[in-house]
Design a protein around this ligand. Structure first.
Ligand code: PHE
Ligand code: ZN
Length: 882
């Protein structure tokens, strides 16, 4: 572990923000690249803010300083001071030039932050990761996003070991040097913060494509990977081109350099990184081929390629003033990607997936000890704030604003936002200000959403008055306290709603003061603790459909009459709203089953789905989603003393009821029909069919296990691609089929050289529910292919187990918690970011039933007391205990 990780951990506060006293206007970097030793020479043109009287202080950690000169003069040792995190220099003036030379050791960098080696010493390549504060591990700099500089980067290296040399910006010459060495230079004309800097060097293969932007620029698009997987980059290239076109059409945004490089690596802490002109991707989100990539993963590749590309405007051209504003780029870019993916695929399914993710990942975060606002007010380690709240909830906030302004108004606002802030480091206020200004609306009430943590609960109740032909809807809102925020205020909650008649058609809405009387959908903004809306001219008691499209990130309570929800599930024309009603109904059914062993909600849910199952014309993918109740994590959220084993068992029973209602014969024959009809293609129909096929196989396994296992074994053998193969393998593993061992051995061999597929081999086995899971995990961690040094591998084992298999992880004896805590400590010494993120799987420990709760607490407390924890892990573990 590096020295910095053991430093004391100051709290950084948004309220302490100060504009930089010094800036760097231009930076010239020269790299002498080597696997063991790399030297970096830097030349900074400095600017000082005359209003501030501060010595020149630059960030720099773990840098071995070889030489230093100011304005051409070598500096004597008494003119500068290097601490563990900073370099302080005397005598610098506005316009001074500071030159330093430092030595780095990339092969020893296991934290994967700064300059590091991906792959083996012999065949791997060098790359950098700088967001959020990695640049200070490369050279001395003002490593903060509000210091924007122009970069000129020269790379020098041995040609045979490093034939490819890349940096962000446009190429500006290359050539030979003595002794088999060569050089390449890149100039980035766009000023950027240090976190967007990147270089890559090594043996890489490429695919390239010419692209012309809408405003006429000829751009070379190049994707780089290890040679033997370069064929698997074509899909990402297509996705990149689609993203670029879409951003031109939807937002009028054009690409702004002559080249756009994308590089795949297997060693990466996150999904991907939007470095200016040189995106770096976790291979998981770039490589794709039918033999090793599932349909879901294909869509993820498209989404992440788009996300990173969209950052070129929302993040790079307009960047963040400070890291508290992170959602300014992330929430907005997630939202843009969601719009794009909805346009490319099924909008309803995209919304279903995103809302399901929000509920599974963000709601628990917002309800637990790590809850924080979309714009946090303080942190000790910024890397801990790349969270579902900043990303996913942040996107929901942008969606609310976009919904309020409408498509044209939002576009007008975005145009103004880009125009006003281009080339600058902006804040959330700048964003809301521009959107509001372009539309003559004051959006400042929505700022409270960025500052207040916790998920608001919106309770709805209705009363019908037959004599007055009025329906009164009462909405109350309440947000439970979160750490550090005891008091909560009412937020503006846009509730999109409709009223249905009992025959399933939508009623025209008449509300006093609402301009477009007669519409069948309208948005009410609930911004008080309690309010009432009265609908007039309502002939019979209606069925309300609330929060349509998930118009605000809140938890809706009340309005859960089973018959009403079943009606919406059957009749709503909109797939997402149908799903939403179905999830609510399934939750009621689950709770009835748990508390009473049976009841009307179960029949209503199963009956409505049986009706849909028998119908023609419904999208098979939507049907598969409708037939899936909320997951175990989501169900646990509703309980004060969760028993994961019991939740698992009850949910299984509920699905078994559904399977019984559909009938074994019907499931089987539908499965077989799909198996006959489905082509191997990636088209939407085939993907949808595979999705339903998988769901049917899972349901059948609950009804007639031997038959389902036989079919799964067959499907495994005959699968034309990974989607079917992995689905079959999962059924075999989860049901402990006699065929599972053979299939696993086959899979292992077949994909021995494909790390991404091997990750799936690890994670699928962690999904055995209940008691056996722990021993499986212990066997897998002794596997020759397992290593704590690779983040994807770590997540595919411990992450998959602890996050996606609650009944297998949360054991009453606490052995799951102890194993995880042990590994977290080992991992922390190698890669603090990955350790800290993995630790968050424990964040719901307080809502476990008492026995597990006590065991979890012990394990977390023991971890917290270990010496030498990184700032990353320490912050997470300590916050969880508070
Ligand atoms: N900025 C990246 C993204 O969301 C995520 C990331 C953060 C990557 C930190 C690496 C390090 O696109
Ligand atoms: Zn991002």
């Amino acid at each position: 572990m590096s020295a910095r990780d053991q430093l004391s951990t100051p709290t950084i506060r948004l309220s302490d923000y100060r504009a930089p006293a010094w800036r760097v206007e231009r930076v010239e970097l020269e790299f002498e690249l080597g696997i063991d030793v790399t030297e970096v020479a830097s030349r900074l043109l400095l600017r000082r803010d005359r209003a501030q009287d501060e010595p020149l202080r630059l960030d720099g950690e773990g840098l071995e300083l070889l030489s230093i000169a100011l304005d051409g003069q070598p500096l004597p040792v008494d003119r500068y001071r290097q601490t563990e995190a900073e370099l302080e220099v005397d005598g610098a003036r506005d316009g001074s030039v500071l030159e330093t030379r430092v030595r780095l050791r990339p092969a020893q960098n296991t934290a994967l932050e700064g300059l590091y080696l991906s792959g083996s010493r012999d065949t791997g390549f060098l790359l950098t990761q700088c967001e959020a504060e990695g640049f200070r591990h490369i050279t001395f700099f003002h490593d903060r996003p509000d210091v924007l500089a122009q970069y000129t980067v020269t790379l020098r290296a041995d040609r045979s070991r490093f034939p490819v040399l890349l940096a962000g910006g446009n190429p500006d010459g290359a050539g030979e040097l003595a002794d088999g060495r060569h050089w390449a230079r890149f100039v980035d004309p766009h000023p950027k913060p240090s976190y967007l800097f990147a270089i890559v060097a090594g043996r890489l293969e490429r695919i390239a494509r010419d692209y012309r932007t809408a405003d006429g620029r000829a751009v070379k698009l190049v994707i780089w990977s290890e040679a033997h997987v370069i064929d698997r980059c074509e899909y990402a290239m297509d996705a990149l081109e689609r993203s670029m076109r879409w951003d031109e059409q939807a937002y009028g945004r054009n690409y702004d350099l002559d080249v756009f490089h994308v590089v795949a690596t297997h060693d990466f802490n996150m999904g991907a990184m939007e470095n200016k002109g040189l995106n770096v991707f976790n291979a998981k989100y770039l490589l794709a081929d039918p033999d090793s990539t599932t349909d879901d993963e294909y869509r993820a590749v498209e989404a992440v390629v788009a996300h990173e590309y969209f950052h070129n405007w929302s993040g790079n051209r307009v960047t963040c003033r400070d890291w508290f504003q992170l959602s300014l780029k992330e929430g907005l870019t997630v939202f843009r990607e969601q719009q794009f993916s909805a346009d490319m695929n099924s909008p309803a399914l995209k919304r279903i997936e995103d809302v399901a993710l929000l509920r599974r990942a963000q709601f628990p975060e917002d309800a637990g000890p790590l809850a924080h606002p979309v714009r946090p007010s303080q942190y000790s380690e910024i890397n801990n704030f790349y969270t579902a709240t900043v990303y996913e909830k942040g996107s929901e906030l942008v969606r609310m604003l976009a919904g309020k302004l409408g498509p044209d108004g939002f576009r007008r606002g975005m145009d103004l936002y880009f125009a006003h802030n281009d080339g600058q480091a902006a804040t959330i206020e700048d964003f809301l200000g521009a959107l509001g200004e372009a539309n003559g609306i004051d959006l400042s009430p929505y700022l409270a959403w960025y500052a207040q943590a916790g998920t608001p609960r919106l309770r709805a109740s209705g009363r019908y008055d037959a004599t007055r032909r009025e329906y009164a809807l009462t909405l109350t809102q309440h947000t439970p306290p979160t750490p550090g925020q005891a008091e909560k205020r009412a937020l503006p909650v846009p509730v999109k709603l409709a009223l249905f008649a009992r025959d399933g058609h939508m009623l025209p809405l008449h509300v006093d003061g609402h301009p477009r009387s007669g519409d069948t959908e309208l948005v009410v903004v609930a911004d008080k603790a309690e309010q009432q809306i009265v609908f007039r001219e309502v002939d019979a008691e209606p069925v309300p459909s609330l929060l349509r499209g998930f118009s605000a990130p809140v938890i809706l309570e009340g309005m859960d009459a089973a018959a009403d929800l079943a009606l919406l599930l059957r009749h709503d024309a909109d797939g997402f709203n149908r799903w939403q009603a179905g999830q609510q109904l399934a939750t009621c059914a689950y709770e009835t089953l748990r508390d009473h062993g049976g009841g009307g909600a179960i029949d209503a849910w199963c009956g409505a789905l049986a009706g849909l199952f028998a119908e023609d014309g419904i999208d098979p993918a939507l049907l598969a989603e409708l037939m899936t109740p909320p997951g175990e994590v989501e169900l646990a959220e509703r309980e004060r003393e969760a028993d994961p084993e019991r939740i698992h068992a009850t949910r299984q029973q509920l699905q078994q009821r559904l399977a019984e209602q559909l009938g074994g014969e019907a499931i089987l024959s539908r499965y077989q029909a799909l198996a006959r009809e489905t082509s191997a293609g990636l088209d939407a129909t085939s993907q949808a069919q595979r999705r339903l096929k998988r769901r049917l196989l899972e349901l059948l396994a609950l009804l007639d296990t031997p038959t389902a296992q036989l079919l799964a074994a067959q499907q495994y053998e005959q699968a034309p691609g990974m989607t079917d193969r992995l689905a079959a393998l999962a059924v075999l593993v989860r049901s402990d089929a006699p065929q599972a061992a053979g299939a696993l051995a086959h899979f292992r061999q077949r994909y021995a050289d494909n790390p991404l597929a091997l990750d799936k081999w690890f994670s699928v086995q962690t999904q055995r529910t209940g008691e056996p899971a722990l021993a499986i995990v212990q066997t897998l961690e002794r596997d020759a292919a397992f290593t704590l040094k690779n983040p994807n591998r770590v997540n595919s084992l411990y992450g998959a187990w602890a996050r996606n298999n609650p009944s297998g992880f949360h054991r009453t004896d606490g052995a799951g918690y102890r194993l995880l805590a042990e590994r977290l400590a080992e991992l922390d010494a190698l890669n603090p970011q990955i350790a800290a993120r993995l630790a968050t799987v424990l964040n719901g420990w307080r809502r476990l039933e008492p026995v597990r709760r006590a065991r979890a607490r012990e394990a977390i407390a023991a971890l917290a007391e270990r010496e030498g924890l990184s700032r990353n892990l320490a912050e997470i573990v300590r916050s969880m205990l508070h």
